[in-house]
Ligand binder design. Structure first.
Ligand code: SAM
Length: 202
């Protein structure tokens, strides 16, 4: 989350969309910096919590939208910054790719997209193997509850149900194919990485 906020570099008054916002761990700090945030999530209960958290913190400037990201439509050229933290790995790969292409259209020229998420593949690279090994070791150390979670997560990951992370390189390809420039991927820690790109233009 901190890495996404750092990479966002938002200006007061900027129009921001947070994809898969959850309870607002990215939306709220961006609104505190003066951004006007559209916080999008599938789950109305997450959005209710976000609204309550923002009210408690006295933060204004957030509009919520309950919608699946796969169906999201926004006016072309209307957004300065699109962010997402730990949400897009839930999407099917073709929906990730389509979302990045749509996002380019929603951004104004010079606007940016920044996504932070778990980013790893199925073990073809040393980084993948190290991430998968570390995650498995943590769960194994937790005893029977951890073993059960490991079995569940391996199933979800292997059959690509709910947990569908892709590598940093794949995200970079989606960004470049869509037409983003200045595409850069930064590993953050263990499984997490941030990919950012800019819509070409003034
Ligand atoms: C792990 S949470 C991350 C929340 C928040 N971005 C954060 O960093 O704390 C993932 C969020 O993505 C949302 N989500 C998952 N699939 C989605 C979809 N297809 N469309 C919209 N939101 C989705 C979930 O409801 C959940 O709130």
């Amino acid at each position: 989350m901190a890495a996404v906020l750092d990479a966002s570099d938002v200006s007061p008054g900027a129009m921001v969309v947070d994809l898969g916002c959850g309870t607002g761990s990215v939306s709220i700090p961006l609104a505190e910096r003066g951004a006007r945030v559209t916080a999008v999530d599938l789950s109305p209960s997450m959005l209710e919590l976000l609204v309550a958290k923002a009210a408690e913190a006295g933060v204004q400037g957030i509009t919520t939208l309950a919608a699946p990201l796969e169906d999201l439509e926004l006016p072309p050229g209307s957004v300065d910054l699109i962010v997402s933290n730990y949400a897009l790995h839930h999407l099917r790969d073709r929906d990730k790719e389509a979302l990045v292409a749509s996002a380019l259209g929603w951004l104004r020229p010079g606007g940016r997209m920044v996504i932070g998420d778990m980013m790893f593949g199925r073990g073809t690279s040393a980084r993948d193997r190290s991430i998968i090994g570390s995650k498995a070791a943590v769960m194994l150390r937790r005893g029977p509850a951890g073993w059960w979670r490991l079995v569940k997560n391996v199933g979800r990951f292997w059959f690509r149900m709910e947990e569908r992370p892709v590598t940093m390189e794949t995200w970079e390809r989606y960004f470049r194919q869509a037409g983003f420039s200045q595409v850069a991927a930064t590993p953050v820690r263990l499984e997490a990485a941030v990919v950012a790109g800019t819509k070409p233009g003034p």
